[in-house]
Design a protein around this ligand. Structure first.
Ligand SMILES: [Zn+2]
Length: 89
């Protein structure tokens, strides 16, 4: 019997579809991490160099020198702080 003939099925078991979606999301994350480890790209994942920031980043640079999760946010803040430190008497 197909879904069209049983319109009440979705309403009777709404939690099932939620569980299935949740399990699928976890499965996708596990698969993605497994792929990262298998291809040695896992070593490119690290925490942002800003100690006040809790973001992780994926370093996609050739030189593996990316420090900030976002240059506009944390990189710029660090540069401004360094500038102030140099120019404070
Ligand atoms: Zn950051």
């Amino acid at each position: 019997m197909d879904q069209a003939r049983r319109p009440g099925v979705k309403r009777i078991f709404p939690e099932r579809s939620v569980l299935r979606r949740g399990a699928s999301a976890v499965g996708s994350v596990v698969r993605a991490v497994a792929e990262l480890i298998a291809t040695d790209r896992f070593s490119r994942i690290r925490l942002c160099a800003n100690e006040d920031c809790s973001h992780a980043l994926y370093d996609g640079t050739r030189s593996r020198t990316q420090r900030w999760h976002s240059y506009e946010v944390c990189g710029n803040r660090a540069n401004v702080a360094a500038y102030r430190a140099r120019h404070t008497t």
